[in-house]
Design a protein around this ligand. Structure first.
Ligand SMILES: *[C@@H]1O[C@H](CO)[C@@H](O)[C@H](O)[C@H]1NC(C)=O
Ligand SMILES: *[C@@H]1O[C@H](CO)[C@@H](O)[C@H](O)[C@H]1NC(C)=O
Length: 501
């Protein structure tokens, strides 16, 4: 097994196991590598990257399939990169661009109240240094993670304190004059970034190398894709389902086997599925009902557990009704604004108790918000915050235990800004839909989607450039606009939104 595999491969090692194995020898290892400044061993690097693993480990992204997949992909690439650095002899490493979703601690969310309530931010940076120490430093600083445990390395590493060496954006406390680099012989991180950017593949070049594989995988997946839509149609028609969805971006084969399993159950006991009528079925991590009233079937559960859930659906439906009622009451109290749910899947019972607690807190004081004065605005309830904030997309982010009077003041003073941001979001969404459609037509794509974390404005920019420059070799493929290049298992292509022409 290669050096980082044990620590990085999420299916091999859980977070707790990772914790156990790094804390035990941590102190000793930090000491060791402080002494040997030049060569950082594999184990020492893993130890130094510990805060990073905690922030990005896919195990913490269970509810976010795409973010999880991005982190898994990037960890694999980081693994490969670090392995190359371990090899003896001359190292000619190819620069690679990585994107990670970083979980935010409470502390950092307070500092940046504009971050989405789902509690993470995406960071992209380029790996280009050819020794382990500077690569580790690059990863930590690019992700704005603590580097104190590496402090005494600085001397051997002149530029590291001055910013995320090679990161996409420089949050540098000190910006040295160019002459500093000439004088000291240290590398100018800004210049290096420009150089690595020049070395990044162009979309055209990348497609030339990867389109054959994508087309082959896509061709091979066609029978499975047909089977999938056939099974889906059959189940929806037979049991009058609103839709069938998936919580994660599983491969087509995996989705097929889930539908086959439900079909088998429906053949054995058709009457069990009658309660599903009118619902959307979601294949998910756990069985239950989510806060939107969709029926989630845990993919690890056996038929017996699904059947039990179907039998309980009537009582779930009454919980859903009470939830809707609470939302209406809250909306009345708060000038017609709507509580919505973004972010991780929330079971309906949990959603109900969140709303209930919020409703109780609102009832504790008499609020004076004009009816309908906040109509058309939306709010997301958040357990983890202490102060209300306004998200850049126009959603209010409200702590459940917010003092009602403080809340009222905040809503009133921020309503105009919330309105203008909401309006802008809607306009961007409309523009995005139009340009995506046009792009699919002009480039003859089979599909075009984006990673959920990508903003409408980035997607619009990317699609406009697709239309202007009309890159070849994309016909008939599914393209997902993202932060990195990748060919997925069914031949879908991930392309960074800011691809180079
Ligand atoms: C994919 O399928 C198309 C149409 O069936 C065919 O023309 C093409 O040669 C196939 N490509 C690959 C790489 O298998
Ligand atoms: C319920 O599941 C569906 C399908 O995955 C999803 O679109 C929706 O956002 C979920 N609702 C909540 C509140 O989690």
């Amino acid at each position: 097994m290669t050096w980082l595999q044990v620590h990085l491969c999420p299916s091999v090692m859980s977070v707790t196991a990772l914790l156990r194995c790094t804390t035990r020898s941590q102190r000793q290892q930090v000491m060791t590598f402080l002494v040997q400044q030049r060569a950082l061993s594999a184990a020492e690097a893993v130890n130094a990257l510990r805060p990073f693993y905690f922030a990005v480990h896919p195990d913490f992204f269970g509810q976010f399939p795409r973010e999880r997949e991005v982190n898994e992909n990037s960890l694999k690439q980081l693994n490969g990169y670090m392995e190359n650095l371990q090899k003896p002899g001359l190292k000619l490493v190819q620069p690679i661009k990585l994107t990670f979703y970083i979980r935010d601690t409470k502390e950092s969310t307070e500092k940046q109240p504009d971050i989405v309530s789902s509690g993470f931010r995406s960071v992209s940076f380029i790996l280009h240094t050819n020794d382990i120490l500077s690569t580790v430093m690059n990863v930590l600083t690019s992700c704005s993670l603590p580097v104190e445990h590496m402090e005494r390395h600085e001397k051997s590493f002149g530029t590291c304190k001055s910013g995320p060496d090679g990161g996409e954006s420089f949050h540098r406390p000190i910006k040295w004059d160019k002459s500093y680099y000439i004088f000291t012989g240290f590398r100018d991180p800004e210049q290096e970034l420009q150089q690595t950017k020049r070395m990044e593949p162009t979309l055209h070049g990348w497609l030339r190398n990867n389109e054959p594989e994508a087309t082959k995988k896509h061709n091979a997946s066609l029978p499975r894709r047909e089977e999938l839509s056939r099974l889906k149609k059959e189940l929806c028609e037979k049991f009058l389902l609103a839709d069938i969805k998936w919580q994660r971006s599983w491969g087509v084969a995996h989705k097929c086997s889930q539908l086959q399993s439900l079909t088998r159950l429906s053949h054995q006991n058709p009457e069990d599925l009658i309660n599903l009528q009118g619902h959307t079925v979601v294949f998910a991590d756990q069985s239950g009902m989510n806060a939107s009233g969709d029926v989630m079937l845990g993919t690890m559960d056996v038929h017996h557990q699904w059947t039990k859930l179907f039998q309980q659906l009537p009582s779930y439906r009454s919980l859903q009704q009470q939830t809707d009622w609470l939302k209406e009451r809250i909306s009345c109290l708060l000038g017609g604004s709507q509580v919505i749910h973004l972010g991780p899947v929330q079971p309906i019972a949990e959603h109900y108790s969140t709303l209930n607690a919020f409703h109780k807190s609102l009832m504790s004081r008499r609020l004076h918000l004009h009816p309908r004065s906040l109509h058309g605005l939306t709010m997301v309830l958040d357990n983890d915050r202490s102060t209300p904030s306004l998200h850049e997309t126009g959603h209010f982010i409200i702590p459940i235990n917010c003092d009602p009077l403080k809340l009222q003041l905040f809503l009133q003073s921020h309503a105009p800004e919330a309105r203008s941001r909401t309006l802008q979001r809607h306009q961007l969404q409309v523009e995005e839909e139009a340009v995506v459609q046009l792009c699919v037509q002009r480039l003859s794509l089979r599909g075009l989607s984006k990673e959920p974390s990508l903003s409408s404005s980035h997607m619009i920019l990317c699609c406009r450039r697709f239309i202007e420059q009309h890159p070849p070799l994309l016909q008939g493929l599914h393209v997902c606009v993202s932060h990195f290049y990748s060919v997925m298992q069914d031949g879908d292509l991930c392309v960074p939104w800011d691809w180079k022409s």
